[in-house]
Design a protein around this ligand. Sequence first.
Ligand code: CO8
Length: 258
Amino acid sequence: MEYTYILTEKKDRVGLITLNRPKQLNALCDGLMDEVGAALADFEADDGIGCIVITGSEKAFAAGADITMMKDFSYMDAYKGDYITRNWEKVKTCRKPVIAAVAGFALGGGCELAMMCDMIFAADTAKFGQPEIKLGILPGAGGTQRLPRAIGKAKAMDMCLTARMIGAEEAERSGLVARVVPADKLVDETLAAAATIASFSLPVVMMIKECVNRAYESSLNEGLLFERREFHAAFALADQKEGMAAFVDKRAAAFKHE
Ligand code: CO8
């Protein structure tokens, strides 16, 4: 499929989405988010894909929602149109793992998009921020909710109330980022991690994603019960038989994703 604002590529079992609005530093408009939603749906439906990576450019993952698009919005425009955010749920509801590979600016909606992914790999050039307060608005796609869960209240308040950007090292130290890598290796290292994930049993990968996300959305007891049920369910998979047989036979497992 031909896209206007993104590029997509299949690299073996990994689907790569590259945000491609360079003149606007990948500012997020409805067209771009519609296309991200469509690409995610395609990769999700593709049995040959086990993991998805979303990246931007060297200068910007995404510099936020498109300010020129929003500047004259009335309340009713924002409310009824549900602009930009209407497609964001697709990032959240995608059942295959999605990794954000962030170089340069991830600001406002860009930081929120990265946080909606299952984990963030950051180039050493990455800068995360929620500068909406400088525009007379507040984060509207999860910044005030996901940031405290990721890095705690103190730093989330600092970022949202002062608009201070944090660099990759601070983001990793604070728990926002899974790995920091040299900028010129960002996409390759993220794709390599995604390929590792995609080599494992897809149903197990999906179960793990569901279980870890439960940790944020339920009590510990509920989460533990959910994990236990999924753990039991894994014994219904051919991949469990193959994985354990391969260990006993001292050979590499050949998962069939079933
Ligand atoms: N929207 C539109 N255009 C943008 C955006 C943006 N968010 N960010 C950058 N651009 C454009 C600039 O206007 C400029 O365009 P032009 O060349 O035509 O003048 C071009 O990209 C390059 O930008 P700069 O010249 O400013 O580049 P610098 O390297 O000097 O600065 C910065 C880079 C620091 C990233 C700077 O561009 C900046 O501060 N950008 C705005 C960051 C921001 O405030 N982001 C938050 C936006 S609001 C938001 O995300 C709310 C999300 C809530 C979602 C729910 C909505 C309902």
